[in-house]
Design a protein around this ligand. Structure first.
Ligand code: URA
Length: 253
């Protein structure tokens, strides 16, 4: 990417002084930031499974099987008509996902917010603008990737998804993944990361490692949620490291 353009994207991320450097410059950079670029891909870290109820597990297995085999239009129609949890009573519309159905990158967030519920597209609000800038900083246009959420419906008041809601909704995402066959998944935020990895390990401990998702073992990297970064701009540098790490992982697949 053109260096001036990259600088512009980093500025949009709030990282005005951060530019891609040569290896020698990276070696001199603080180790906290240089490590993900310089070091080999970390091995898969075993993570403790989240405790789930037997009912939630059964429901998850049943509904996963129900979604398998649908093509994109069928799956979209199933999601649009979904009444599997109480969120169908409060949503304006479902938010299926958006992007390139041949994408190598799948970005997964938590759930639609008010803007997304209104427009029917993930990450269209302020957090979405920052997500776009984050992607552009590693040379990806929003149109090149696929963006989806763990939940297809907005939880009222943007509360955290309930375990049962995530269990009912995840099979839709799993079928999206089966259709998309991404090279890499980027989970943004604690909620998406913990639900996808079925763990209660903190986001801080899940960062800087390559995880794998599902039976197809899609490489998965986690980073901070853009809404969190809007509130905590000091962590944008860490997000930038995560993005570079994810790009490196993708290049190795
Ligand atoms: N936050 C998310 O996690 N997803 C969206 O689609 C919007 C905001």
């Amino acid at each position: 990417m053109n260096p001036a353009l990259r600088q512009e994207y980093l500025a949009a991320l709030g990282l005005e002084t951060w530019v891609m450097r040569g290896k020698s410059a990276l070696a001199a950079a603080p180790s906290e930031f240089a490590a993900p670029v310089e070091s080999p891909v970390a091995p898969v870290a075993p993570v403790a499974p989240v405790a789930r109820t037997a009912e939630a597990e059964m429901s998850r297995d049943d509904s996963t099987a129900r979604e398998a085999g649908f093509d994109w239009p069928e799956l979209r129609a199933r999601v649009a008509a979904c009444t599997r949890c109480g969120l169908c009573n409060t949503r304006t519309q479902t938010v299926f996902g958006v992007g390139n159905q041949g994408a190598e990158w799948l970005i997964v967030g938590e759930a639609p917010g008010a803007d997304e519920d209104r427009q029917g597209e993930p990450f269209v609000g302020r957090a979405g603008q920052l997500l776009n800038s984050m992607l552009r900083a590693i040379g990806l246009a929003r149109e090149q990737v696929y963006i989806a959420n763990v939940l297809k419906c907005r939880p009222p008041g943007n509360r955290d998804p309930a375990a049962g809601e995530a269990a009912e909704c995840l099979p839709y995402l799993e079928q999206q993944i089966a259709l998309l066959k991404p090279k890499i998944m980027l989970a943004v935020g604690r909620i998406a990361s913990q639900n996808l990895l079925r763990t209660d390990v903190t986001l801080g401990r899940l960062r800087r490692q390559v995880h794998h998702f599902g039976v197809s073992r899609v490489p998965l990297v986690v980073t901070y949620h853009p809404a969190y970064l809007l509130r905590t701009p000091g962590d944008k540098r860490k997000a930038w490291e995560d993005l570079k790490f994810a790009r490196e992982v993708c290049a190795r697949v």
